[in-house]
Design a protein around this ligand. Sequence first.
Ligand code: PEP
Length: 266
Amino acid sequence: LVSRENHPQRSTVTVRGVPIGPDTVTLIAGPCAVETPEQTLEAALMAKAAGATLLRGGAYKPRTSPYAFQGLGEEGLRILADVRERTGLPIVTEVVDAHDVALVASYADMLQVGTRNAQNFALLQAVGAAGKPVMLKRGMTATIEEWLMAAEYVAQRGNLDIVLCERGIRTYEPATRNTLDISAVPVVQRLSHLPVIVDPSHSGGRRDLVLPLSRAAVAVGADGLIIDVHPHPEQALCDGPQALVNGDLDDLAAVMRDFPPLLGRT
Ligand code: PEP
């Protein structure tokens, strides 16, 4: 279903009127985690100023440590909905449990499945049946074939509104949090008709790498970027070191403005 063999034209997925596909480069930005109404609104305004047309923000956080901040749950979803109202930015947010899909889908405009759940087949089937566009991150140890088969689980439930997100894979290299597999973008675009975006924040895990990796992603033909921003990253409850701050936003806006249109993107 997701293969390009039977579907030669590359697809565009529309999230509450915002297109993600070969005719544009879509910026999704916002806080890693929803922490407070003020922080979420500030981050959303930063994202919008940099050219974002979709707001990211996690209300359910799949953390490596059970002692780390796990997200605000439904309260976080309510904050996101309120910030959507104030900014006009549709919401992309993660769902981590099949039992929460209906609840998260009642607030979200796009459901995100994270790297740690990339082969949680019950969750993939549940989001496939939820009637909302899905962003499927690559599992941190998933081959491209495994990633596409995960997308197939979503598609099998009747939902082809799927965006694939390369977010770095685990390698032997500890200098970066993950290794951005930049070649995955054109490889997957040749194998699948689905849009492919890149998460340079979770790939590098370092603020100083977000802009260079964003430029690389756009140059190689990614259909969009998803980026963490935070008004006060030193106080962030999740992934502060990779969040862009106000001073970085002009550079991010320039990456978006100067992207080479349609380079290698058909
Ligand atoms: C996220 O985008 O909030 C996230 C946790 O990403 P990943 O699943 O890629 O680690």
